[in-house]
Design a binder for this molecule. Structure first.
Ligand SMILES: Nc1ncnc2c1ncn2[C@@H]1O[C@H](COP(=O)(O)OP(=O)(O)OP(=O)(O)O)[C@@H](O)[C@H]1O
Ligand SMILES: [Mg+2]
Length: 266
């Protein structure tokens, strides 16, 4: 049996639409009949919140899985967007500190994903947690322990990027980290490419920045770019992704098209 596609959505720059991409792509993959698990790796718990779950009401979360040995299936919540969620709470900040001194910290997420792929009872493939097609990892805006652990668990990494003048400055650093991860903890990691987000195609500027980045770093640009839309700001408050709150929005459609691209690739 082959495992799920595990896609880390990472960029240490803040506010580039990592969380929005995880929520929207997850919903788009689910629309295609895929079984999807989203993992909130950010102690700010924005993904958890934006899927309609108040982190304050969550009793067991990723933090218990990573540092207390809780089986991941016991922390997973079903959401109204037809995706499952491994939620975060602010306690994850402490988990990150605890992990710093632990042996095998790079492997904590990988191990959790492998535990999920294993049926709870022998022969019971349908048991809760088994059989995800996609696991999307929403990385925090840093290159710390949790991001490295996510890259170690991933088969691919997707880099959301806002196409503005200084947006390339962090990309080299992120790729250095990816290089180290490939060398030391996850030989099979592949960079799937850059996803242009908050894209304003009316400006030449955005296109120039994108060309520069793909030339400089030899990165594939995932199509189509995600246009800027005010509707994205409304979705998290409704606790649903934009695919549900604004079905026909161009941004929602762009994420559906990106999901199709990923399905072909996967
Ligand atoms: N295509 C878009 N058009 C307009 N606004 C967007 C778009 N995508 C995301 N946003 C908004 O931009 C803000 C940042 O998005 P998001 O939280 O997904 O970024 P992030 O990279 O996860 O941030 P952080 O680094 O803090 O985790 C949010 O308010 C979100 O609603
Ligand atoms: Mg985020």
């Amino acid at each position: 049996m082959t495992g799920p596609h595990v896609l880390a959505v990472a960029n240490q720059k803040g506010g580039v639409a990592k969380t929005t991409t995880v929520a929207s792509l997850g919903a788009a993959l689910a629309e295609n009949g895929q079984r999807v698990l989203l993992v909130d790796l950010d102690p700010q718990a924005c993904l958890t919140f934006s899927l309609g779950i108040d982190p304050e009401d969550v009793e067991v979360s990723l933090h218990h899985v990573l540092t207390k040995g809780l089986p991941p299936a016991e922390a997973i919540i079903e959401t109204e967007d037809a995706v499952d969620l491994l939620p975060a709470t602010i306690e994850l900040a402490r988990a990150e500190a605890d992990l710093l001194t632990r042996t095998g910290r790079e492997y904590v997420i990988r191990t959790a994903v492998e535990d999920l792929a294993r049926p709870e009872e022998p022969g019971d493939e349908a048991s809760r947690g088994a059989g995800y097609d996609w696991v999307l990892l929403d990385c925090p805006p840093s290159l710390g322990v949790l991001t490295v652990a996510a890259l170690t668990a991933a088969t691919g990494v997707l880099i959301p990027l806002q196409c503005e003048t200084l947006s390339h400055r962090g990309v080299g650093q992120l790729l250095d980290t990816v290089h180290d991860v490939k060398r030391f903890t996850n030989r099979d990691l592949e960079v799937w490419g850059v996803l242009p987000t908050l894209y304003d195609g009316r400006t030449n500027h955005a296109r120039t920045v994108l060309e520069t980045i793909s030339d400089t770093y030899g990165l594939e640009v995932i199509e189509p770019p995600i246009p800027k839309s005010i509707r994205f700001a409304e979705a998290p408050a409704a606790g649903r992704s934009i695919l549900r709150t604004s079905r026909t929005n161009k941004g929602a459609q762009a994420y559906r098209d990106v999901a199709t691209t990923l399905l072909k690739r996967g």
